[in-house]
Design a protein around this ligand. Structure first.
Ligand code: SF4
Length: 668
């Protein structure tokens, strides 16, 4: 039987470095954790499992330390390390109460290389990629925050292995997805199929016949990081040396002692800040434990709006440090609302102040700038088009000629709102084929869908613009016969990104509905979030117009709203308390073992936050063995979700239109 020794591992060290108090909650089932499936789903969505296996094939001839039992793995590793020269995968090494499994360890005599494999993109042409450029200009070498977790991870491993084998000459490296490298073979991912064993552990299994020579040009690159590791060894962490810092975290974890919480803005997105639903299911909130302890919160205090939750508020840490925790303690002077320079609508500071007053002083009424929004709406041309994309970026390219982490656009949905008020779900696209590069077909289908008129096109947030500009770039480097036409069309509906060398703004440049919301609308129930998944339920809960209209099964009904995936559907259903149920929750789950919210909460970078579920579903379709029936079921579920994403935009538009017209009628 395996021992239950409480080792500080590299994952636990990472958690402890984010916030030392988290180590106390880590792994305790009584504390709810919003990230519980996070590492797994991230790896699944990005193809991280395959990266690990690919790295092993690149280091051919190694021995895998199979067992998951720490003590057994340590013994087995020690046995193999007696050899003069050996490559080990998942080598298990302990030092004091620290324990690591090294992805790839290469040993020749006493010269040992530790390689940590990461599904992270790396540009080998960039100068000083690991350092903060602004500090570097001042002559200071400071690790860039983007790279810190990866470099701390390998530094931790180096510390442990050095402690265990002081006589070894150790070098450290990261193995990363090389952004500049083009795959020279098709279907690399398919050589590593994902399998789930009897214990529920998912891993990629390389086709046993795969040889390094079958893999073409290497898409992972080994980057030596000895200099960065040395820098970390010489740095101070909370006033301690790196090794003292590790000992301190390790002692707390081994003895199961809670390190006193230092509450601040980082608590906002802490994984131990669980919602009421999780609490009602009996789980404890680590967040509440910390704030009761450090800020002496009573049970009632947790119901009060917190400074922490003011949208985009950089000063929150200082204010919290001074013991002001609640939004009602904020004054106008703390925010200093200033008008938006040279543009219509709310500035960020004005919006923050509206959030604070709506949460604390004026009850729960939404803010709507009728005049500003009416002026915007007047500039829009019918028919209105609402589009939404589902995309992904995977570490190992699916196809020959493609690079790691290139954008892949695999699905879109398209609704139309006509001048006569009729609505239709007009077009959709999905790629179901495994290993296909769908982007050019995707953009042709989109162009066809949007080229019948010159109506205004709406997107939600920057994502659709970013993706189209990336496809434009891919087209430029392609030999597609219609590439010039497609490039010109993309330019006609987009705007060049800030970092683009080519500059353009299309005549029919898409309107960002999220930006319109930020400037003219605020609903207190969104608690400062502008995600469409928060905005839509808030509006549906408020708008009697939408409630009346969509409580009838008119969606997908004959002679009513045309839909491609729904029939006689009512979007408004209420729970036992009469509260409108979030329409996303009315849809059947994409997978029975993962709910939408868990999947979406995982991929939180930028505008991809709302696409986590689709990315995960697509990854499963691409990477796992799936029957045709299951593939059909998943595609249908994806089509329904994406259709709701664009219909959500239609409903927001309808709600505004109704509010503005009602105001105009009253004024007349
Ligand atoms: S709530 Fe704050 S102090 Fe507590 S574990 Fe989370 S981040 Fe750390």
């Amino acid at each position: 039987m395996g021992t239950m020794h409480r080792y500080l591992t590299k994952t636990r060290f990472k958690v402890g470095h984010e916030c030392p108090t988290k180590l106390y909650f880590y792994g305790k089932p009584e504390f709810g954790n919003n990230n519980s499936d996070s590492a797994f789903l991230h790896a699944l969505a990005e193809g991280g499992f395959q990266v690990g296996e690919l790295a092993k094939v690149y280091h051919e001839g190694g021995i895998q330390i199979e067992t998951l039992d720490s003590e057994e793995a340590i013994k087995e590793t020690a046995k193999h390390l007696k050899r003069k020269s050996v490559i080990l995968y998942e080598a298990a090494i302990k030092f004091q109460d620290l324990f690591v499994r090294v992805d790839v360890l290469r040993k020749t005599d006493d010269v040992v290389e530790l390689i940590e494999v990461k599904a992270k993109s790396f540009d080998p042409t960039e100068e000083d990629p690991f350092y903060n450029k602004r500090e570097l200009k001042k002559g200071i070498k400071k690790i860039h925050s983007e790279w810190e977790p990866y470099l701390l991870d390998i530094a931790f491993q180096t510390h442990v292995v050095r402690g265990a084998f002081p006589k070894w000459k150790i070098t450290s490296a990261l193995m990363l997805a090389d952004k500049s490298s083009e795959a020279t073979v098709d279907g690399l991912n398919q050589l590593f199929s994902l399998e789930t064993d009897s214990t529920g552990r998912t891993r990629a299994v390389a086709n046993p016949k795969v040889k390094k020579t079958d893999l073409g040009v290497q898409v992972l690159t080994r980057v030596g990081v000895d200099e960065e590791v040395r820098l970390i060894f010489g740095q101070e962490f909370d006033g301690k040396s790196f090794s003292e810092y590790i000992s301190c975290l390790s002692a707390a974890f081994t003895q199961d002692k809670m390190i006193a919480p230092l509450v601040g803005s980082r608590c906002k997105s802490c994984e131990y800040r669980i919602d009421n639903l999780k609490k009602q299911s009996g789980l404890k909130s680590g967040f509440e434990t910390c704030w009761s302890h450090a800020a002496k919160f009573s049970t009632k205090d947790f119901e009060r709006p917190l400074v922490l939750d003011v949208w985009n508020f950089r000063k929150s840490d200082n204010i919290i440090k001074n013991g002001r925790y609640f939004m009602d303690s904020l004054e106008e002077g703390d925010i200093e609302p200033r008008p938006r320079p040279g543009d219509a609508g709310l500035s960020n500071t004005e919006r923050q102040w509206i959030q604070i007053t709506a949460a604390t002083k004026e009850g729960k009424r939404p803010y709507l700038d009728h005049a500003g929004l009416s002026a915007e709406i007047l500039g829009w041309t019918f028919p209105l088009h609402f589009i939404d994309f589902e995309t992904t970026m995977v570490a190992i390219p699916f196809n020959k000629g493609r690079k790691p982490y290139e954008q892949i656009a695999f699905q879109f949905s398209h609704h139309v709102f006509n001048a006569d008020g009729t609505i239709e779900h007009k077009t959709e696209y999905i790629n179901r084929e495994q290993g296909k590069f769908p982007n050019f077909e995707f953009v042709r289908a989109l162009r066809l869908a949007l080229s019948n008129d010159s109506g205004t096109i709406f997107r939600y947030a920057a994502h659709e613009n970013t993706v189209l500009t990336q496809i434009r770039h891919q087209l430029k480097n392609s030999s597609e016969l219609d590439r010039q036409e497609l490039i010109e069309w993309i330019e006609s509906i987009t705007k060049s990104c800030d970092d683009s060398i080519d500059k353009w703004e299309g005549k029919r440049n898409m309107v960002d509905l999220c930006d319109i919301i930020k400037r003219y609308y605020y609903h207190p129930e969104t608690h400062g979030s502008n995600s469409i998944k928060k905005v839509l339920p808030a509006i549906l809960g408020t708008s009697e117009f939408l409630q009346n209209k969509y409580s009838h099964p008119i969606y997908g009904a004959t002679n009513s709203i045309q839909s491609k995936n729904f029939q006689d559907w009512s979007w408004i259903k209420k729970d036992a308390k009469g509260v409108v149920i979030d329409p996303y929750k009315l849809l059947p789950p994409i997978f029975s073992d993962l709910d939408l919210e868990t999947m979406d909460s995982l991929i939180t970078e930028g505008s991809l936050a709302d696409g986590g579920a689709a990315m995960t579903a697509y990854a499963r379709m691409q990477f796992t063995q799936m029957s045709e029936a299951e593939r059909n079921r998943v595609s249908k579920a994806l089509l329904r979700y994406c259709e709701l994403d664009t219909f959500a935009m239609v409903m927001i538009y309808e709600y505004w239109r109704f509010e503005i017209e009602s105001r105009q009628r009253k004024a007349a």
